[in-house]
Design a protein around this ligand. Structure first.
Ligand code: PMP
Length: 443
């Protein structure tokens, strides 16, 4: 069969990486169909997050409510919130949904300025600038920071927006092994000295780009070690905190706070508002000089319509809740809850015998399925039992490293998590993805 031929080529000739690049996504879908003829790809991806933070709806003829273990609603701000929502509604009435203008013309409201100051204060940098989309923040900013004659050294699992920004910059791009400061140092040494004694550095500028939490792996960045290497070789650090800002650290200030890193040691901090803050848009926080340079030169600042005012208000309100400036301690409770929830869920999954990637405290937990043919059965069975999970596969992961990616939220109750664990355990037995012996229950 086609599958046998592909497997043969895979094992005998090419090796995993090459075959991943060779198999187009259509062929991948055919492979899934061969493995699982009853599979309905539509069904396995068929849920849609709506309004309620921890619930989503099955988009089938019988619409029903499912527990949402798939979206990035880390602090639960994607649902109506007693503090945020009235302020967002007020801002909608006052400013309308769009400024219909770029920042440098009529697109800067009081809210935009307030959020820039608040973000800078929250992440611990002198200044910040906002963008309408997180994706655009990376892809448009990187080319404004480094260009021809410069060098970007990027983690091999960095997000596509970073890859696009790096490619579009005109700089030389080198990749280091995922989360390996030792390999980063090797690449830097090679690029600076190239094995030759040199009298000058061959690069105008070197930027090392990493993520706080890797979204497909659930892993925390080895930031202190990365910074030490960058300091040694005089390279700038660029940290994407899309999945870590708000979600980790004692007061939600991300991986710097969690790992005891001084924000002054990170040159450029990037983040998005689409995860912990329940809104949309992105930011760069850095020195006043860098932010000024970006405001004067970045096309996405100069020529793109500014962030929607109600979206800005949502982030302002969410950060105020996190900081306790709404007059309650809900923010601290949410941060404590996401940590407890994440650590509880991860350790229970491991006890059941699943292979779970990522680190403690990270709300992102990939459960390894490996074989892509297990995707439809896993997600369909979970969905049938009203638990919605996101499955990730080729081309987002290597072909034989398919996984289900659980995202935990502060809005999940212990009861929700126990129900989800029960369902995932049953489905795990059915599909055969408990790769380790289960731990016997403690008496
Ligand atoms: N960076 C990372 C690491 C991401 O995971 C994402 C999206 N999930 C983005 C940037 C883009 O952000 P947004 O979805 O807010 O545009």
């Amino acid at each position: 069969t086609l599958m046998t031929i592909i497997k043969f080529i895979h094992h005998a000739l090419f090796g995993k990486l090459l075959i991943d690049q060779l198999i187009p996504s259509d062929l991948y879908l055919i492979m899934i169909k061969i493995y699982d003829p009853e599979n309905e790809m539509k069904t396995c991806r068929n849920f849609n997050c709506v309004l309620h933070s921890k619930y989503c709806c099955r988009r089938t003829s019988n619409t029903s409510r499912c527990l949402n273990l798939g979206s990035y609603n880390y602090l639960g701000f994607a649902a109506a919130d007693e503090y945020c929502t009235p302020l967002v509604i007020e801002s909608l009435k006052k400013y309308s949904p769009s400024t219909c203008s770029v920042r440098v013309d009529g697109g800067t409201t009081k809210l935009h300025t307030e959020l820039e100051e608040l973000v800078a204060r929250f992440v611990g940098k002198p200044s910040a600038v906002l963008f309408g989309m997180g994706y655009v923040t990376n892809s448009a900013i990187i080319p404004c920071l480094v260009g021809k004659g410069g060098l970007i050294i990027s983690d091999s699992l960095n997000h596509n927006s970073i890859v696009n920004g790096a490619r579009g910059s005109g700089a030389t791009v080198r990749v280091f092994q995922h989360n390996s400061p030792a390999h980063l140092e090797e690449v830097l040494r090679e690029q600076i000295a190239g094995g030759q004694p040199r009298t000058h550095r061959p690069w105008k500028k070197i930027i090392v780009i990493v993520e706080g939490i890797y979204s497909m792996e659930g892993e925390l960045c080895k930031l202190p070690e990365v910074i030490a290497v960058c300091k040694k070789y005089k390279a700038y650090t660029y940290l994407d905190e899309a999945h870590s800002i708000g979600a980790v650290g004692q007061s939600g200030r991300g991986v710097c706070e969690l790992l005891g890193v001084d924000p002054a040691d990170v040159d450029i901090m990037m983040g998005t508002f689409t995860k912990s803050f329940g809104s949309c848009g992105g930011y760069i926080a850095a020195s006043k000089e860098i932010i000024q340079h970006l405001k004067l030169s970045c096309p996405a600042h100069l020529y793109a319509t500014s962030m929607s005012p109600p979206a800005v208000q949502q982030v302002i309100s969410a950060i105020k809740v996190i900081l306790g400036e709404d007059g309650s301690n809900r923010g601290a409770q949410k941060i404590a809850r996401i940590r407890e929830n994440s650590n509880f869920f991860r350790s229970e999954l491991k006890k059941m015998g699943f292979e779970v990637l990522g680190d403690n405290d990270s709300p992102v937990m990939p459960i390894m399925l490996y074989n892509p043919a297990k995707i439809p059965a896993f997600s369909r069975e979970c969905l049938r039992q009203k638990v919605a999970v996101v499955t990730v596969a080729f081309p987002a992961t290597p072909l034989l490293l398919a996984r289900a990616r659980i995202c935990i939220s502060a809005s999940h109750t212990r009861e929700d998590l126990i129900k989800a664990l029960d369902v995932i355990s049953q489905v795990g037995d059915l599909v055969g993805i408990k790769y380790f012996p289960a731990e016997p229950p403690k008496i």
